[in-house]
Design a protein around this ligand. Structure first.
Ligand code: 9MR
Length: 755
């Protein structure tokens, strides 16, 4: 045999001997096993009928058998008794919170694997995978059913079973991006017992490589630092290698630079990362980047006002989230709809303490239809901070909402929609605030005609107005009163009166009133009280509020060291209290000095985090929790306000803000823009009941989702925190939107636009 031919024949062997081991150490990691059942049930249903009887536990679900184990793991027991006739039994096994699995990389060579033992005569089982795609005519679609008997002959001994995913998906329209349950059922009348252990998806393959060049897919202001990133699991590029900026219209090279290695191993992505700095290229236009060995980058713009449209759409998101109003097509385009949840105007109290209450208006919180006082207060605060700091960015007529043209900046009209609702959530007698309107229904808003409830009861407690939630409403209303005073003094006075009545409620309940269990439950009211006192001091100048603030602020010193939320978040508002006080008139010098002393090192630490991260944000690996895009942006709000309070003006905050926006808009390990409609590769399937069910194969532009989450969703394939994400409307822990995540993005974009 000729040597070359021998070499070619041996290539696969050489490849596996040389390249694969090196991949394992320096390269893409092996795809994680995705759990279905290991030692606990998550989502599951089981049932039987017509003469067959499947043993079930409460749920109903398959029993977990702790006595029949393998490798220290229990098993799921399928125990069928009865008479044969036309009987059936079935079970479906989902996972955490019934969220979707992203099986795409597993499909080529992966498998559903498990161990099994049992009676030989119960092997005639159908096993299938089911997806869930709201935008398809058939929302839930089964792949091909396989029969267990094709893969194993059952016996009393444990046997390992491997069912290739190809057997399920070949010639099927099944959508592996949104697999959400496994179904197992009898394929005939079979009786007996079997046990399934360690059910999981596996693959011999490694994690897929995302396209190497990462840019902000919207673009960069001409005078901003413009540093794109190039990254890959293996060292595919080199320090000093040329990169090119090309004009998208002509294809001409307009700038040449050199890649600079940032890190050999970035723990957020598992990749080598290089930077491509073209900051000194400032000519307006549309461009893309090229590097030899990589696909060309998505297009991006350089110029003035690159975020103008984006800012408007992100504001318009709130209009589209409005409850209690018909959205006319003139303003909502294809997303026009009738009044959602019309019975909010006669909401009932869960405790039945009183007759109905008008709780209409405000924004739906997120992909669900809840309306929450503390989450809303945070969104209001961010949006009003944006106006307070950068008023020239917000004009009347800017966002095509019904109030456009009324002489008031559209942003303030929009926020007023929420404030009016918040006022309705206040109890006139005590001044306290009920915390939420719940009652999510899985239908379009205008079809949601069931009674909605103000949640005010918890066991024997009735008419509960939690003090943490009440204090957050007080703070938001007090802050708003100072801003609306310029446009509508009467409304501003109403807001202030409500805020002061709310403060009286807080004073009447010094020991606090606990929350109602459920979303955004918050039993620590001190931070909200601090926030409220500062906002009321700013609004009134009354010494009483000043004294409260001065007596309490130092007990929040640990916020400057806290790693949680970087700055603030729902239920964690002490930092915003500092911000409110710092921006007030006639402040106590010692309190301002204290702020300045604490803020300096905190700010330096945040800048250091940004400089240390290849991706330029302040997120540490441990910050990739539910809604990670939020804290990255909250940090920017705190830095911008903190800089103003302390007179800091070195440009670092703007730089970090730009990098954070770059990250959100596609300069991230997934090369993915987390804002719908902005970027060639951007969010298309946010978790949202109304946009999933409206029959429109598109979602509004300007919706930012929560982003990578390494903690609560074990169904995502990547081993690296910044890649734990899937654009699936069935994956709410990574792909939901909220009013309090879009809000710091409004702020941060306004900051960048203001320059
Ligand atoms: O943002 C919330 C996150 O921190 C929690 O872990 C999660 C589970 O309780 O809930 C998130 O908030 C959701 C809220 O409960 C309901 N509206 C949508 C919110 C965003 O997903």
């Amino acid at each position: 045999m000729r040597p070359l031919r021998l070499l070619l024949l041996l290539m696969p062997v050489i490849w596996s001997l040389i390249v694969v081991p090196s991949f394992a150490q320096d390269g893409a990691p092996q795809l994680r096993d995705l759990p279905v059942f290991a030692d606990q049930r998550h989502g599951m249903w089981a049932g039987s009928g017509n003469g067959l009887n499947l043993a079930v536990d409460e749920g109903p679900a398959l029993p977990v058998d702790e006595d029949v184990t393998l490798d220290g793991l229990p098993s799921l027991r399928i125990e069928v008794t009865g008479e044969c006739c036309d009987g059936w039994w079935a079970t479906v096994i989902a996972n955490e919170n019934w969220e979707a699995y992203d099986l795409r990389p597993y499909v080529a060579n992966g498998a559903l694997e498990f161990n099994i033992r049992g009676d030989a005569n119960i092997d005639n089982l159908g096993i299938n995978l089911r997806d869930h795609v709201n935008t398809r005519d058939t929302v839930e679609l089964d792949a091909n059913t396989v029969n267990l008997a094709q893969y194993v002959s059952l016996s009393d001994e444990w046997q390992a079973v491997r069912i290739p995913l190809q057997d399920f998906v070949t010639d099927s329209d099944f959508e592996p991006r949104q697999m959400f349950l496994i179904s197992i059922n009898n394929a005939g009348d079979v009786l007996g017992t079997l046990w399934i252990n360690n059910l999981r998806f596996t693959s011999p393959d490694v994690e897929p490589q995302v396209a190497a060049i990462k840019v902000n897919q919207v673009g960069y202001p001409a005078d901003a630092e413009k540093v794109a990133l190039v990254s890959s699991f293996t060292p595919d590029f080199s320090d000093g290698q040329a990169f090119f900026v090309l004009d998208a219209m002509t294809g001409a090279v307009v700038y040449t630079g050199e890649l600079a290695l940032m890190t050999d191993f970035d723990t957020a992505s598992g990749e080598h990362v290089w930077s491509a700095d073209f900051s000194d290229f400032t000519t307006e236009g549309t461009y893309f980047l090229n590097v030899e060995g990589a696909d060309e980058s998505p297009r991006f713009r350089i110029g003035a006002g690159v975020y103008d449209d984006l800012l408007v759409d992100i504001m318009r998101y709130y209009y589209l989230q409005r409850q209690g109003i018909e959205l006319a097509s003139e303003y909502a385009g294809p997303f026009a709809r009738g009044i959602g949840h019309p019975l909010d105007s006669v909401a009932e109290f869960r405790s039945g303490i009183a007759s109905s209450q008008d709780a209409s208006g405000g924004w739906y919180d997120a992909g669900d239809y809840g309306k929450y006082v503390n989450a809303g207060a945070l969104a209001v605060s961010d949006l009003l901070w944006a106006y307070r700091m950068f008023p020239e960015q917000f004009t009347d007529g800017q966002s095509n909402i019904p109030e456009s043209g009324n002489g008031v900046p559209d942003l303030l009209d929009e926020v007023r929609w929420e404030l009016d609702w918040m006022l309705k959530m206040q109890d006139a007698a005590s001044g306290g605030f009920w915390s939420r309107v719940s009652g999510t229904e899985d239908v379009l808003p205008d079809a949601a005609v069931e009674t909605r409830y103000i949640e005010d009861s918890d066991g024997s407690r009735t008419n509960v107005m939690p003090t943490a939630n009440s204090a957050s409403a007080v703070a938001a209303l007090a802050m708003a009163s100072t801003i609306y005073d310029d446009f509508d003094p009467e409304f501003a006075a109403t807001l202030l009166t409500a805020a002061e009545a709310g403060w009286a409620y807080l004073e009447a309940n010094p020991d606090g009133v606990d929350s109602i269990p459920g979303p955004y439950m918050d039993n620590e009211d001190e931070d909200n009280r601090l926030w409220a006192s500062a906002a009321l001091y700013n609004a009134t100048g009354a010494d009483h509020y000043n004294q409260y603030y001065l007596s309490n602020y130092q007990s929040f010193a640990d916020l400057w060291q806290s790693r949680i939320d970087n700055a603030y978040g729902v239920g964690l508002m002490g930092m915003v209290g500092f911000m409110e006080y710092g921006m007030s008139a006639n402040t106590d010098q010692a309190a301002i000095d204290w702020f300045t002393e604490q803020y300096g090192p905190w700010r330096a630490h945040m800048i250091e985090r940004s400089e240390t991260s290849a991706w330029g944000t302040t997120l540490l690996d441990e910050d990739f929790y539910w809604g990670s895009n939020g804290p990255a942006l909250y940090t920017m709000v705190t830095m911008a306000v903190g800089d103003t309070i302390t007179g800091q003006n070195d440009g670092a905050t703007l730089r970090v803000a730009q990098q954070t926006v770059n990250y959100i808009l596609g300069q991230n390990p997934l090369r993915f823009s987390y804002v719908s409609g902005y970027g060639i590769d951007s969010v298309r399937h946010p978790h949202s009941t109304m946009w999933s069910k409206d029959g429109i194969d598109a979602v509004p532009a300007g919706v930012m989702v929560g982003g990578a989450n390494a903690f609560t969703n074990p169904l995502l394939y990547s081993s690296y925190p910044a890649k734990r994400y899937v654009d699936s409307d069935h994956a709410w822990s990574v792909n939901e939107h909220t009013v309090y995540w879009n809000s710091p993005l409004v702020f941060t974009l306004a900051m960048i636009q203001a320059g």
